[in-house]
Design a protein around this ligand. Structure first.
Ligand code: NDP
Ligand SMILES: N[C@@H](CC=O)C(=O)O
Length: 439
């Protein structure tokens, strides 16, 4: 490690939306960083795929490289900041960096969801830090909050909006009837979306983030593969209209909740949220995380969940904390190492089938008398009671009508069985959507 008067050198892996923001902050805020940490923090190398790309601002001469060894094998680089994205090769680079005694800061939720447990154990064994605030919630300091200030709590639940791209798209669709593809392209041009936006719109990115947050909150591994995950691509403009008529907004929620039997329920899916709930008011690229703990009660953190500056704030916070750690000469970092003290071995995720929830159901049916009665009978046979009904002759002359039903809370497994029976009714043309209602 560097002597007390020497600079701390950063090896930046990735110089895109977030990496560009971090490089700019290291340069523009150099004096302030020096004032706050007593150290000069220098960008020594920046790894990219294409060194010929035009970059604004252009990095200083000699900084760009396409060879990861220029960072991993350089003993003068003390901190690796990974903002490349994806599991591989980023994951292998981080393993190498930690094994080589370098501190690591990453914004990569996929790597932390897939390899966080082993990376944290490696960091612990090497007495180096591994910080990952930007991996969930963008500029919202939720990771640090769960790791430190809320640590004394028995966390009961996390209910959150943790994908900026999706929330941006849903807001545009609800407010201005913007078509899905156009709203996605706007989110991409603002730098919010992942390299493969399927991860955003299909809920995969939110599942990675929920895996990170849930593992910290419940002190057990919440594997992303075990999280029930649904995307937003099946939502149509009519769903937003009907939801508003019923007094709800549609949001993509990521929820992890402790169950009385010690298991955890973890799910990412679109949901109807009452219009007066705080989560319903989170719009555009903003995210929010509601944490309920036995001591703190309910806390809601709200802020920008994606974008260059907000994410740079989280990454830079981690960098400055690493610099302070280097100079603290204190004990090794206290990382949330899985299977370590207070961390349960194994995991127990409750299957979605056992969830009890109210539902919004949209159907296209024959426009004739008695249809609702037939559907109500089949739902009733499956122990599902109807709460409200909206009937619309949306396409006069077509012989079909739209039926929107909300139900009282019922078991997911019962709803799926009853719906399969409803779909087979001759008078039902199509089952267009089924969305959970979150109170
Ligand atoms: N954008 C956002 O709002 C947020 C992003 N994140 C996370 O931050 C990370 C980076 O995201 P973002 O900045 O948007 O991504 P970008 O696609 O904008 O940038 C990725 C950068 O990594 C470089 N890169 C990618 N793969 C390789 C590789 N195999 N070898 C060398 N260089 C590589 C690219 O090089 P080149 O420039 O040559 O193409 C580019 O500079 C991701 O993990 C993302 O999930 C987290 C929170 C918010
Ligand atoms: N693609 C992500 C970026 C931040 O994590 C999002 O849209 O939230």
């Amino acid at each position: 490690m560097p002597g007390t008067m020497e600079p701390i050198n950063i090896g930046l892996m990735g110089l895109g939306t977030v990496g560009g923001g971090v490089a700019a902050a290291l340069s523009n805020n150099a004096e302030e960083i020096q004032r706050k940490t007593g150290r000069t923090v220098c960008l020594r190398r920046a790894l990219v795929r294409d060194a010929g790309k035009t970059r604004e601002p252009a990095p200083p001469a000699g900084v760009l490289t396409t060879n990861p060894e220029d960072i991993l094998a350089d003993p003068e680089i003390h901190v690796v900041v990974e903002v490349m994205g994806g599991d591989s090769p980023a994951g292998e680079y981080l393993e190498r960096a930690l094994a080589g005694g370098k501190h690591v800061v990453t914004a990569n939720k996929e790597v932390m969801a897939r390899r966080g447990a082993s990376l944290l154990a490696l960091a612990q064994s090497q007495s180096v830090n591994l910080l990952f605030e930007a991996s969930a919630g963008g500029g919202i300091p939720i990771v640090g909050c769960l790791m430190s200030q809320l640590l004394a709590n028995d966390i009961r639940s996390i209910r959150s909006i943790i994908n900026g791209t999706t929330n941006y798209i849903l807001t545009r669709m609800a407010r201005s009837q913007t078509p899905f593809a156009e709203a996605l392209s706007e989110a991409q041009s603002q730098g919010y979306a992942e390299a493969d936006p399927t991860n955003d719109v299909e809920g995969i990115d939110a599942a990675y983030k929920l895996s990170v947050l849930g593992s910290l909150a419940f002190h057990q591994s919440i594997p992303h593969e075990a999280i029930h995950t649904e995307g937003i691509s099946r939502l149509g403009p009519e769903d937003f209209r009907y939801a508003a008529e019923l007094g709800y907004a549609i949001k993509s929620l990521a929820i992890a909740a402790a169950q009385p039997d010690g298991t955890v329920q973890a799910r990412v899916h679109p949901a109807l949220v009452p219009e007066d709930h705080l989560l319903a008011k989170v719009d555009g690229v903003y995210n929010a995380v509601e944490v309920t703990g036995d001591l703190c009660g309910q806390i809601i953190l709200h802020g920008q969940g994606a974008g260059r500056d907000a994410t740079t704030s989280a990454v830079m916070g981690d960098i400055l904390n690493v610099v302070r750690f280097i100079d603290s000469a204190g004990p090794p970092p206290l990382l949330p190492v899985p299977n370590g003290r207070g961390h349960q071995v194994g995991n127990s995720i409750r299957p979605i089938d056992e969830l009890s929830s109210a539902y919004y159901l949209r159907l296209t049916c024959a426009d004739q008398a008695g249809v609702l009665a037939q559907i109500a009978r089949l739902l009733g046979d499956g122990n599902i009671s109807i709460a409200t009904v909206i009937q619309k002759d949306t396409d006069p002359g077509s012989g079909t009508a739209q039926l929107v039903i909300t139900t009282y809370p019922s078991r997911e497994a019962d709803v799926q069985t009853a719906l399969a029976a409803v779909a087979k009714l001759g008078v039902v043309v199509s089952v267009d959507n089924l969305i959970r209602i979150e109170q």
